[in-house]
Design a protein around this ligand. Structure first.
Ligand code: C5P
Length: 231
């Protein structure tokens, strides 16, 4: 069995009817929802209030990346929405991450602050030739995770396949939020390095981000319940 509190359903749509039908299908479940750029830029803060009214915990996935002052003040503004998790790019640097932590640390019930390391869409070649970072992607992911840990962030977004290395290096309490989850036998879509929900759980992931296997299903609630059974 997979605890519902570990599932973050990625609501990636800019279609108001689709969003409403997903909210309707999933209401009452003790899950998180991930509100990313597509949803937030289309519907604004109202979507957060709607999700909160339905009792969902909220991961506001806006991946902030700018100068330290802009990011930390941006987070402060977003914190008025009372979401449960937000994220920033580790590539913004230590000063940016430290200021971000400081901006939120005095809040009552502060949201979890998670770092994005290397995007899973970044290839080895892109990282080496475009970003001019030598070495393997996994090394860069661990390096960024270590910087985020030093800046008191709560964890990182990573592939489930990187969870073990991250936990070994930084300890069990450092959270891992992992997309790239596919129930056995389901369409991989554009995800490449995937695990099943059960494998991700066994690898020690804290939160599983799952989108299309639930949101693209004819019956999203039934698809969620299949996942909760550990399929
Ligand atoms: O539909 P699917 O389960 O592939 O959705 C995964 C979600 O996680 C999407 O919102 C995607 O943008 C996000 N994500 C990802 N890989 C990352 C970071 C975020 O797939 N490294």
């Amino acid at each position: 069995m997979i605890p519902a509190e570990k599932i973050i359903v990625a609501l990636d749509t800019n279609d108001a009817d689709k969003l409403q039908s997903l909210f309707h299908a999933l209401k009452g479940e003790k899950i998180w929802v991930k509100i990313g750029m597509e949803v937030f830029f289309a519907f604004g803060p109202d979507v957060i209030f709607m999700a909160k009214d339905l009792g969902f915990k909220i991961f506001l996935d806006l991946k902030l990346h700018d100068i330290p002052n802009t990011v930390s003040q941006g987070l402060k503004s977003l914190s008025r929405l009372n979401v449960d998790m937000m994220n920033i790019h580790a590539a913004g640097g230590k000063e940016m991450m430290l200021k971000s932590y400081d901006a939120l640390s005095s809040l009552q019930n502060r949201p979890l602050l998670i770092a994005v390391t290397q995007l899973t869409s970044t290839t080895q070649e892109q990282m080496n030739l475009e970003q001019r970072i030598p070495g393997k992607i996994e090394e860069s992911v661990l390096h960024f995770a270590k910087l985020a840990h030093e800046c008191k962030l709560d964890g990182v977004v990573s592939s489930p396949l990187e969870v073990k290395a991250i936990k070994n290096l930084l300890g069990k309490k450092f959270l891992t939020v992992t997309p790239g989850i596919r129930p056995a036998g389901k369409d991989l879509n554009d995800q490449k390095r995937v695990t099943t929900p059960k494998e991700a759980l066994d690898l020690g992931t804290d939160y599983m981000v799952i989108g299309r296997p639930i949101t693209g299903a004819a019956d999203p609630k039934a698809a969620l319940h299949e996942i909760l059974k550990g399929k």
